[in-house]
Design a protein. Structure first.
Ligand code: UDX
Ligand code: UDX
Length: 416
């Protein structure tokens, strides 16, 4: 099939490359010409993702910044960024622009095509925002074109694996004909396909990520209690996870969740609930606990040293290991507080240091060994290499459970 993937960010780039691997004819469209130029070189891609350079060199993908070149697709897959503001109101500005550009590009077409939203949106968006824009020029959904909403479940660092080996494929469809086209698009992937209405698909994405977030805040709350009682939360989590109704995954206690999805998706869900006149107290608590959890390392550190004039070393800046992504990373909150309190900060991260220094030029870049050689060390991302450092004689506050760090002179885990 001919597929125009709109938006060459994390989701669009991976989805486009994987759909090409499945044999589809892909054109990747992005308004950012510089990004397109970088992707065309195949090197120093805008995002780091394991296996992506290799995959892009193997499959053939066309790229463009011009929607006219993408106009003849069987399927338009919208992957532009969506963000939520503090109130949770989702910014669908990019979605609106991209949909408008698709509508303009296809206005003279007489044949059938499907527009599918992959970007995460609040329930009702495809029906209430996307379809009216596509119908503006006199075309009719379900007659002249089809509409679907097919959420992504890609975890950064494992995006290609997740796309090629999904747990499930969710296809929200305007009508059966649209859904049949999307099901054909995914042919070759071995996973259960669930076909639903458009809003249900939008909600499945939000409810899934909110559940993962809840699991993390839950174990962090248990961890905060365990720390006071002198119990090792990781032993508790192991014991809980052996119950296959609970499972071991997403029970790593620590400084909480960041990234481009979990915090944002919670905000969107809370705001959608409030708009529907329902106050989601559980989800609000999950968010509040996660906010408070971010600052636990600083609270613990202040028990041992005075921040003013101290040099604090930070190990780990990305929101999780395996990625250079610092969106909503815990390190951002923590470093801001440390600097405000008058500490100097040295930092190391195997991939994210460059991006982090753009945000915080006052932070000193260092090697992992130099970082450990500070008045105190905070571990904020569980990169495997941190388990090989020499922490003897140091003060370490561990936000992510690095076993080797326990050898420090003073060691504190946030939840253990
Ligand atoms: C985004 C959303 O944030 C996520 O919630 C959703 O599920 C998928 O899309 P991501 O791919 O990480 O995730 O976003 P981002 O890296 O910001 O990429 C979006 C791309 O769209 C950017 O390259 C941007 O230049 C491009 N874009 C944006 C367009 O091509 N056209 C526009 O009108 C706006
Ligand atoms: C998430 C979802 O997993 C994915 O399905 C979705 O589509 C996009 O959002 P991602 O943001 O890449 O993926 O990261 P994820 O692995 O879910 O981790 C999110 C955050 O939770 C990280 O900051 C991580 O450190 C934290 N986390 C995760 C914990 O604190 N404890 C855990 O047990 C697991």
């Amino acid at each position: 099939m001919k597929v125009s993937v709109i938006g060459a960010g994390y989701v669009g780039l991976i989805s486009g490359a994987c759909l090409a691997e499945l044999g589809h004819d892909i054109i990747l469209v992005d308004v950012d010409k510089e990004k397109i130029a970088t992707i065309n070189t195949g090197k120093n891609l805008p995002i780091y993702e394991e296996g992506l350079e290799e995959l892009l060199s193997r499959v053939h993908i066309k790229t463009s910044s011009d929607y006219a070149e993408a106009a003849s697709a069987d399927v338009f897959l919208i992957c532009v960024g969506t963000t939520a503001d503090e109130s949770g109101a989702i910014f669908s500005r990019h979605l609106v622009t991209a949909t408008g550009q698709i509508a303009a590009a296809v206005k003279d077409r007489q044949d059938y095509y499907v527009v599918a939203v992959k970007s995460t949106v609040s329930p009702g968006t495809t029906e209430e925002v996307v379809i009216p824009i596509l119908e503006k020029a006199g075309k009719k959904a379900g007659v002249d074109f089809g509409v679907c909403m097919t959420p992504e479940f890609l975890t950064e660092g494992r995006g290609i694996y997740n796309f090629m080996n999904p747990n499930r494929i969710i296809i929200g469809e305007y009508d059966k004909r649209s859904g049949d086209v999307l099901e054909r698009l995914h042919r070759g992937l071995d996973a259960p396909v669930l076909r639903t209405g458009l809003s249900t698909a939008e909600m499945i994405k939000l409810a899934s990520n909110a559940f993962l977030a809840t699991k993390i805040s839950y174990i962090n709350e248990i961890g905060n209690i365990c720390k006071r009682l002198g119990i090792d939360t990781y032993d508790v989590a192991r014991g809980m996870g052996l119950d296959d109704r609970i499972g071991q995954k997403f029970l790593n206690a620590g400084i909480g969740f960041g990234g481009s999805c979990l915090p944002k998706d919670l905000k969107i869900l809370i705001s959608s609930a409030q708009k529907a006149d329902y106050q989601p107290d559980l989800l609000q608590s999950v968010t509040d606990l996660n906010e408070a959890q971010a600052l636990k390392p600083v609270e613990l550190l202040e028990k041992h040293i005075s921040l003013k004039g101290a040099t604090v070393g930070i190990l780990g800046l990305s929101f999780k290991p395996g990625t250079d992504d610092i969106r909503d990373s815990r390190a951002i909150r923590i470093v801001r507080v440390l600097l405000d309190e008058g500490a100097a900060v040295k930092a190391y991260d195997p991939l994210a240091l460059g991006k982090f220094l753009e945000l915080f030029p006052e932070v000193k870049a260092a090697t992992a060994e130099e970082v450990v050689d500070s008045d105190a060390v905070l571990i904020l991302t569980e990169w495997a290499e941190f388990d090989k450092l020499d922490y003897r004689g140091r003060i370490v506050i561990d936000g992510r459970r690095i076993e080797k760090a326990r050898e420090a002179r003073i060691y504190e885990g946030v939840c253990w």
